[in-house]
Design a protein around this ligand. Structure first.
Ligand code: ZN
Length: 103
């Protein structure tokens, strides 16, 4: 029983830490300090492209991207919190662009 409790405790702690981490990860995309935003097409995750920021808002002292130009067709895309990405449906097949780090 002792061992089982230990495992359970461990699991609970892990879950707690995981949830805390998830909470800290804000879903909304922030504008990087240098203003350069790179996205990755989630259906073609090999290419990283620079995307033009069209609109930002300041929320809780942070700059949040509300509109990003599609790197293919320059259509203004808005944030989809369900996908946690910017989505373009204007240039043929649906494209889901995730924001990636600038390195
Ligand atoms: Zn597009």
């Amino acid at each position: 029983m002792g061992r089982r409790q230990t495992m359970m405790e461990k699991y609970k702690q892990q879950m707690k830490a995981y949830r805390k981490k998830r909470m800290q990860l804000d879903n909304t995309p922030f504008l990087p300090p240098d203003g350069n935003v790179h996205v990755m097409d989630s259906l073609d995750a090999t290419k990283k492209v620079k995307a033009e920021v069209l609109k930002t808002v300041t929320k809780q002292h942070r700059e949040i991207i509300t509109s990003l130009a599609c790197p293919i067709c320059t259509n203004p895309m808005s944030w989809d919190s369900k996908w946690e990405a910017f989505i373009c449906v204007k240039h043929g097949k649906k494209a889901i662009y995730e924001i990636v780090d600038n390195d």
